[in-house]
Design a protein around this ligand. Structure first.
Ligand code: TMP
Length: 217
């Protein structure tokens, strides 16, 4: 794919404030004259929204990590082919709330490595090939704080998207460590931020780092 835009992904556990930061960054980039598309996984497309309902609602044990990985990758394939790649080709900057690092964090580290890592690598290759995000913003927070925020938000939802929230602290501590390991392994792709800061403070830090990285002034 001859990519003209930029693909920036946001990652983190539950309740890190990703969607708020994506909205604010999108407004900032648009003020700088950049054409931005915001999207998310799972659920960035019409079919993806149906998959999202299956994946994030209901009993936590209704499927295992392998089935989850397959469905998240199905969502990703549709998301990339129908939305992200066409937008990048038009020169848009795509900000995605989650991407493949979420599958490694949740389905691999969260579940204590029960899905072989190689399987996830194979799914990545099949689904997205050699394509990678230009940058990944990791919002890091203590899961005790993040889960409390997330469950508070879910209290206002008509359909509760709390399937993963109900997995308990060990699962969430594991996936947090997994994210930090991934960031250490690929320091040129990841920018890590402390998400236990005010919305404004975090927004300023993210804008500063992104402006520096992509030479926006
Ligand atoms: P969200 O609440 O941040 O929109 O994400 C939906 C849920 O799906 C969240 O609990 C994380 C989870 N998830 C995975 O377990 N694996 C994945 O590959 C993705 C994209 C999300």
């Amino acid at each position: 794919m001859a990519k003209k835009g930029r693909f920036i992904t946001f990652e983190g556990g539950e309740g890190t404030g990703k969607s708020t930061q994506i909205k604010l960054l999108s407004e900032y980039l648009q003020q700088k004259g950049i054409d931005v598309l915001t999207s998310k996984e799972p659920g960035g497309t019409e079919v993806g929204l149906e998959l999202r309902r299956i994946l994030v609602t209901g009993d936590k044990d209704k499927m295992d990590a392998v089935a989850e990985a397959l469905l998240y990758y199905a969502d990703r394939r549709i998301h990339m082919t129908k939305k992200v790649w066409p937008a990048l080709e038009e020169g848009k900057w795509v900000l995605s709330d989650r991407f493949a690092d979420s599958t490694v964090a949740y389905q691999y580290y969260g579940y204590n490595k029960r899905v072989p890592y190689q399987t996830l690598e194979n799914l990545y290759k099949l689904t997205v090939g050699d394509f990678k995000p230009d940058l990944t913003v990791l919002l890091d927070i203590d899961p005790k704080i993040g889960l409390a925020r997330s469950l508070d938000k879910a209290g206002h939802m008509s359909v509760k998207e709390t399937r993963h929230e109900s997995r308990g602290l060990e699962f969430h501590n594991n996936l947090r460590q997994g994210y930090l390991e991934m960031a250490q392994k690929e320091p040129e792709r990841f920018l890590v931020f402390d998400a236990d800061k005010s919305i404004e403070e975090l927004h300023e830090e993210i804008c500063r780092a992104i402006s520096e990285r992509f030479e926006i002034c």
